[in-house]
Design a protein around this ligand. Sequence first.
Ligand SMILES: [Zn+2]
Length: 183
Amino acid sequence: MSASDIQQAVTKARTQICRWIPYLSGAVIEIPWRFDESLGDKIAAGTDGANVLVGTRFCGLPTAMATRVYLHQLVHVLYGHLEIRAGSTESDWNIAIDLAAERIVAAMVGLTPLAAADPHRGTLDRLIRRVQSDSIERIHVLLRTHPSMRERVAACPKDSPCPLGEGHRMPEPEALTSAEHEH
Ligand SMILES: [Zn+2]
């Protein structure tokens, strides 16, 4: 896997988003991406709240799946998911933002061919319908008060390229500074 393989896989995913969800084209262009080796070989993509981070596994994914995984990260950045912190454990918060993001992604992909590529193989469908809200605080409360939700979270595939509650980290201070300089 070379730098041009990564570039090519990312370009394909970004092009697919622009093709099937044209209103996101501006976000695709404005939100930067970069390769992040620390994602390891299990997590295909992540985010630091400002950038989409792409790991080595991203290149091996079918285009539609890579597109869905990229889109998930884009949603986190667009909605400022990592900037909000409640009195929560980091792991609970990360699961709550993923359920919110997947709900938004499901609505965005709608009836496009991207709908068929689901990194969670249908295990999240009932869960994201049940939360009935994109509010992370509300989802967070539901997670704490409904043990059945937690069981469903635990049943999600661990080999997903976008594992529930993983791949998020806060931006490094330098990254924030350079982003401010650009604007
Ligand atoms: Zn996520």
